[in-house]
Design a protein around this ligand. Structure first.
Ligand code: CP
Length: 342
């Protein structure tokens, strides 16, 4: 059984297929004609951290597809406190058709997947964010210059090697695109990650550039992307990080105007407005941040269809009718019997 934990687990052709499925589900939804392909199914959503986009998009996606989603957060389930990840995975798997998990540690989502008997979808860990970046590539295809191919696109990420940056570096190089990270040396992608991306490039024909020159980096950008400068648990580093990134690595109008006139502004959100990016660029006519957010919904629908739909059994109506009759007959019997606890 396959899980959706890391884009590296999928071939370029499989990722492109999934992107095509996002397109189909968006199209169907926009026409109000999304088929309820997941009718009667349930998604367990484990969130060890808060979320707006991931939570809402998965929950709404399940509803639109005719299924149901359960929001399971720490303190409300036993995971990690009174119950092992293994037992949680095994128990939830007996009751739902898929598990979406946002976990503090990547190891936890891997452990869930190891023991789950239903597909596990990674909703962000300290290492990566695959649902976000497949959505981002789809959004880039919607907003690229006409005539440009996917392989022609240059995605320039300005800032820290966040989970989104890491995932974007990998998916872009898998798909044969050009990916540039501009960051102070200390915050650039570690060699181990760059090595995976370079291997991707060998297969796909993509290009990886890592630089500490943001102005040169944006000069031929199709998409400029940024993310938070610090993450949960890095609060003590805020002064050091601010000093390292500000002002050169802030995406502000001065930097944005160094990019080609067609370049679009991207951010996975949530944003710290005025920190990694200013209002002027986040709200710029060429900002596509809210299209990215909306596309999370269409992406989750596609992922859920891809991983859950083929596993749903669809017995003939005659079988359902037979069971209904059997249960109704039993209830009729029960009604005639008086309750006898002895
Ligand atoms: N981009 C993203 O994953 O947003 P949330 O943290 O709101 O889910």
């Amino acid at each position: 059984m396959r899980h959706f934990i890391d884009t590296q687990d999928f071939s370029k052709a499989e990722l492109l297929d999934l992107i095509q499925l996002i397109h189909l589900t968006k199209d169907a939804d926009k026409q109000g004609a999304l088929p309820p392909l997941l009718s009667g199914t349930s998604l367990g959503m484990i969130f060890e951290e808060p979320s707006t986009r991931t939570r809402v998009s998965f929950e709404v996606a399940m509803t639109k597809l005719g299924g149901h989603a359960l929001y399971l957060r720490p303190g409300e389930i036993h995971l990690g406190q009174r119950e092992s990840t293994k037992d949680t995975a095994k128990v939830i798997s007996r009751m739902v058709n898929a598990i979406e998990a946002r976990t503090l540690s990547h190891k936890t989502v891997l452990e869930l997947a190891r023991h789950a008997t239903v597909p596990v979808i990674n909703g962000l860990t300290d290492y990566n964010h695959p649902t976000q970046v497949i959505c981002d590539v789809f959004t880039m295809l919607e907003h690229k210059l006409p005539g440009k191919l996917l392989e022609d696109l240059n995605v320039v990420f300005i800032g820290d090697t966040t989970n989104v940056c890491s995932s974007l570096m990998l998916i872009c190089t898998q798909l044969g695109m050009r990916f540039t990270q501009a960051a102070p040396r200390k915050y650039q992608a570690p060699e181990s990650l760059q090595e995976i991306a370079r291997e991707n490039c060998k297969l796909s024909g993509g290009t990886l550039v890592v630089t500490d020159d943001p102005v040169a980096a944006v000069s031929d950008a199709d998409f400029i992307y940024t993310d938070l400068w610090w993450w949960v648990g890095q609060e003590a580093e805020i002064p050091e990080r601010k000093a390292a990134f500000m002002p050169n690595f802030q995406v502000n109008l001065a930097l944005f105007e160094k990019a080609p006139r067609h370049a679009k502004m991207m951010h996975c959100l949530p944003a710290s407005r005025g920190v990694e990016a200013t209002d002027e660029v986040l709200d710029h006519p060429r900002s596509i941040i809210y299209d990215q957010s909306e596309n999370r919904l269409h992406t989750e629908k596609a992922i859920l269809i891809k991983f859950v739909y083929p596993r749903v059994s669809r017995p003939p109506h005659t079988l359902r009718d037979w069971h209904a009759g059997r249960i109704q007959a039993f209830l009729g019997e029960s009604l005639r019997l008086t309750f006898d606890p002895s």
